[in-house]
Design a protein around this ligand. Structure first.
Ligand code: UTP
Length: 447
């Protein structure tokens, strides 16, 4: 079937007409030409008070004009209006519904039990039923590296990039279990090509190319403090990746779930790109989830101090969840158990595994979006590029851990920070390349 741009607009237009959005359809039932399309877009922008999106339109060449109109046609304005409305109200979270969650400490599992878990997990991995998904669609603004975060050279003597360091763990798994674990990498529109090119340039670090898959995550428009959608520096719609929680929908839309099922994958690790000690293939966690008969498992490390800026595992309204450092009250963050440990002390490190059935179920609905107040470059209505020095706009992101609340239970396994958590977040100081490099070298006995 030919599915050209005109068919696409007309489908969108029909949908919008059904929703009572506007009369996008021309007399013959479809949009006939650019003028008609422009007219329809202007009408829609007027209705939603977003006319600024066409402020630079007349200065653009035809191709760009068409691209802009196309982008505008795909915006879900009512959704953006709702999100903006929420972003200007402060979220108030009642502490009454939050309680601690139980966990198992990896190091304290009895030897016999550990062996049993190991065997269960190893069997599944050896049978080729395990996959790894790396979320590498983030912008990495705090690190400030010019390129996808995974391409960052950690500063080891080998000059390995973060992607290569992660790939090493998969190569190690291959040596141990005799299978190449399929590796799915989520990128974003901004970094997709650069990411794929990097893998090509480095011959996939010696991993079989047919076992590495890239897919792009979704995006949402960015709005200023008055709720107006911004233009990007090219004069097109300013869109930003929709957060790591967009992973499930993206996996469905890009056929990843389908591909996993076709390969017989039952469990998948889903983690961030920026932990250079991530143990992405851990049979004990797999065994633990299988034994507990839960559909997801997550690793935690002990929260360093009440003020540490990390989310912690908890139960919210009885369901597994994560309470963010921005949500937790000072009192709750300081509460201690009798043994002196923090009551809410199991930091979520974005190292989780999910059963394929859970991934499929979660992917059917979008997770809620949270707003983030950020410094976002944009083109103003005179066509000037503005580089803000203070946060000027809201972007909307879904968080992966919001998916936990759809599960009745999950297995939380506490692991040692120095063995499994070396994040690369900031350019300097805490969680920077310097601290991650130190932890990496210490773990691998390089010092
Ligand atoms: P972070 O929340 O730390 O964001 O992402 P970031 O983009 O890496 O860095 P900052 O906040 O801009 O400095 C945690 C993990 O989730 C991925 C990131 O790539 C990282 O691996 N992520 C985040 C996505 O894949 N997509 C997103 O939209 C956001």
């Amino acid at each position: 079937m030919r599915y050209d741009n005109r068919t696409r607009y007309n489908n969108i237009a029909k949908e919008m007409k059904k929703l009572g959005e506007l009369s996008l359809l021309g007399e013959k039932g479809w949009i006939v030409n650019m003028n008609e399309k422009e007219q329809a877009v202007r009408e829609m922008l007027k209705k939603h008070g977003q006319e600024q999106l066409l402020a630079c339109y007349t200065k653009m060449d035809k191709n760009k004009q068409e691209k802009l109109l196309d982008e505008i046609l795909t915006i879900d304005f009512p959704q953006i209006e709702k999100l903006y409305g929420k972003s200007i109200q402060k979220e108030v979270i009642s502490s009454a519904s939050i309680e601690p969650i139980s966990y198992i400490e990896k190091d304290k599992i009895e030897q016999e039990e550990k062996q049993k878990l190991l065997e269960t997990g190893e069997k599944l991995i050896k049978e080729g039923k395990y996959a790894v998904v790396t979320m590498a669609g983030g912008q990495g603004t705090r690190l400030g590296h010019n390129g996808p975060k995974g391409t960052y050279d950690l500063g080891l003597e080998s000059h390995k990039s973060i992607f290569e360091i992660l790939c090493d763990t998969l190569k190690e798994a291959q040596r141990q279990y005799g299978v190449y674990v399929p590796w799915y990498i989520m990128t974003s529109r901004q970094n997709h090509t650069e990411t794929v090119d990097f893998f090509e340039k480095h011959s996939y670090f010696g991993y079989p190319k047919q076992d590495v898959f890239f897919f792009m995550q979704g995006e949402l428009p960015v709005v200023n403090e008055k709720g107006k959608i911004l233009l990007n520096t090219e004069g097109l719609v300013n869109q930003a990746a929709d957060g790591h929680g967009g992973i499930f929908v993206s996996m469905r839309k890009n056929g990843v779930i389908y591909d996993m099922k076709a390969r017989g994958i039952q469990w998948a690790f889903i983690g961030g790109v920026d932990n250079v000690l991530a143990k992405m293939v851990d049979p004990i966690l797999v065994g633990l989830c299988m034994e507990k008969k839960v559909l997801a498992g997550g690793k935690s490390v002990v929260k360093a101090c009440p003020e540490e800026r990390v989310g912690v595992f908890c139960r919210r309204n009885g369901r597994p969840s994560v309470v963010e450092y921005t949500e937790i009250s000072k009192e709750m963050s300081e509460e201690r158990e009798e043994n002196g440990e923090l009551k809410y002390g199991e930091s979520h490190i974005l190292c989780n595994i999910f059963h394929i059935d859970a991934i499929e179920e979660i992917s059917k609905d979008k997770l809620p979006y949270h707003s983030a107040h950020k410094k976002i470059e944009y083109m103003d209505s005179q066509g000037n590029i503005v580089k803000p020095t203070e946060p000027n706009a809201y972007k909307y992101e879904a968080f992966l851990f919001d998916a936990f609340e759809s599960l009745e239970d999950m297995a939380i396994m506490r692991v040692k920070r120095e063995e499994e958590f070396a994040p690369v977040k900031n350019a300097t100081g805490v969680d920077s390349p310097e601290t991650a490099r130190k932890l990496y070298k210490a773990f691998h006995g390089m010092e």
